[in-house]
Design a binder for this molecule. Structure first.
Ligand SMILES: NC(=O)C1=CN([C@@H]2O[C@H](COP(=O)(O)OP(=O)(O)OC[C@H]3O[C@@H](n4cnc5c(N)ncnc54)[C@H](O)[C@@H]3O)[C@@H](O)[C@H]2O)[C@@H](O)CC1
Ligand SMILES: [K+]
Length: 461
């Protein structure tokens, strides 16, 4: 996993104070990283337009223009007059080299957005909106310096943001790049070294970006084993039985030795999935909530009181019964609307889905600081998984997964790993990665995936 930081000003400051690196040195490295990226990836291109603002993001852009000048046809466009000390200095250097400055945006092979970086501190005015829309409309390779202009420090996009193919972010990954809203603007994210390796630039953090290598698939190294060695998951099926059955199939395909669906009515199940009317004595984990509907309260209470690992989903997020188990290390997997209900039930906040989506990390942190044992997995295009103070972001998800039944597959995967003995946090992380990567591996098209395709892809991981 890679570290993510809420802010990097303190990290820049540490470079000045502890390593004797000046702002100028840091900025030269920022510009150099962008230069190398462009030369390594787009040496066949000719024209580059660099749009600059008045602060140090703009200064990065002016320094980049100097580095690329003569190798490419570089034009500088100033959205506003240089204001920061570094922008004024960089402008002086650029002028000494006669780098072309243009008054109107022109068609170019590459556009580099250096209008606003981490210093964006108010709403974009009409001119900025117009400029960003104009840049977005051009058919060019689009590179954002540090962060696409228009995304605020907390990852919100109020009106518009630069629509980058690549964001080259300075020094370290920032939280703002990983909001659900930012995902449609940041493109591929690369980190530029600012004069020291990242491991030196970065300090400690509580936020992490998950990588493919963080997926720990179940393994069966012991030959002397039997089905019971790989756990027994009980999936409680309610009135919408399909949800439980999908979860059960996903769990079986992800390695659980025995999977039983708990249901009072007789179900038509695949032969390898068992049915039981009550929780099995030897079950090692329970998945409950998906399609639960109006289950009898006393029965749900009894199931929740069971002393095995649990994953809770869907309908139970609307039920106060859940409050009784929030002091345990259970896994909760709400989507945004369900999480809003959970926040309300637990007296943390009474907010709309939109308010939540604009502040996902904030509300996850409030919830997990009130219930530090719970493993919370908040669904979204960038899934957030958190327990206690630590928070992990999975960005591998895509719109392929935006389908009924995808969430039931995820519950099944989490339950499967819990049943096989994973710790709840590890189960949530690996299930979420497996789910997202399986979705990404489905290559037919981006609209036709059904739960059985997803389970098939999980089985191929
Ligand atoms: N400090 C350092 O050592 C380094 C800074 N770097 C660059 O510096 C950037 C941050 O620079 P700054 O702090 O100067 O901030 P920015 O360059 O992001 O912009 C700040 C300026 O824009 C104005 N502004 C903010 N929101 C506005 C709005 N909506 N409409 C109009 N004007 C607005 C502010 O008043 C301020 O003058 C980073 O994103 C990064 O690109 C990099 O060069 C790496 C090293
Ligand atoms: K920018």
């Amino acid at each position: 996993m890679q570290k993510i930081f809420d802010e990097v000003n303190s990290l820049d400051k540490r470079c000045y104070e502890e390593f004797g690196l000046s702002e100028d040195i840091l900025m030269e490295h920022a510009a150099l990283s962008m230069q190398l990226y462009i030369q390594e990836n787009h040496s066949d291109k000719k024209t580059i337009l660099i749009a600059c603002g008045c602060g140090n993001n703009g200064a990065d852009g002016i320094a980049l223009a100097r580095l690329l000048h003569k190798k490419f046809d570089v034009s500088l466009y100033f959205y506003s007059k240089a204001k920061s000390q570094m922008a004024i200095l960089q402008e002086k250097r650029a002028k000494a080299l006669d780098i072309p400055i243009i008054e109107e945006v022109i068609d170019s092979d590459i556009i580099v957005d250096c209008i606003f970086g981490t210093g964006l501190n108010k709403a974009l005015d009409d001119d900025a909106v117009l400029l960003i829309n104009e840049l977005n409309s051009l058919d060019a390779i689009k590179i954002a310096c540090d962060i696409p202009s228009g995304i605020s420090f907390d990852g919100q996009v109020k009106s518009v943001a630069f629509d980058a193919d690549v964001t080259i972010t300075m020094g370290a990954l920032k939280t703002s790049l990983f909001s659900d809203i930012a995902k449609d603007f940041v493109g591929e994210i690369k980190v530029a070294n600012l004069g020291v390796q990242r491991e030196i630039y970065e300090t400690s953090t509580n936020k992490y970006l998950l990588e493919k290598k963080d997926l720990k698939l179940p393994n069966r190294k012991k030959h002397n084993s039997h089905k019971g060695s790989y756990g027994h998951l009980n999936v409680v099926a309610g009135c919408k039985k399909g949800a439980g059955i999908i979860a059960a199939k996903a769990a079986f395909g992800f390695g659980t030795g025995i999977v039983s669906v708990v249901c009072h009515e007789n179900l038509d199940l695949p032969y390898h999935i068992m049915q039981t009317h009550f929780i099995s004595k030897n079950c090692t984990a329970i998945a409950i909530g998906m399609g639960l509907g109006n289950y009898e309260i006393a029965e749900v209470q009894k199931i929740l009181a069971n002393d095995v690992k649990k994953i809770v989903d869907a309908d139970l997020f609307y039920d106060e019964l859940l409050l009784d188990v929030l002091d345990e290390d259970i896994v909760l997997t709400p989507h945004p609307k369900e999480f809003c209900s959970l926040l309300k039930l637990s007296n943390i906040a009474d907010i709309s889905v939109e308010q939540l989506q604009n502040n996902r990390i904030k509300y996850v942190e409030e919830f997990t600081s009130k219930y530090p044992k719970v493993v919370l997995l908040l669904k979204g295009t960038n899934v957030i998984i958190s327990q206690g103070k630590n928070l992990y972001i999975n960005t591998f998800g895509s719109a392929v997964l935006s389908k009924g039944g995808s969430g039931d597959v995820l519950s099944g995967l989490v339950g499967s790993l819990l049943a096989q003995g994973y710790e709840p946090l590890d189960a949530a992380i690996s299930a979420s990665l497996a789910h997202a990567l399986a979705g990404a591996n489905y290559k037919k098209n981006d609209f036709s995936l059904i739960p059985s395709d997803l389970i098939e892809e999980v089985r191929r991981l």
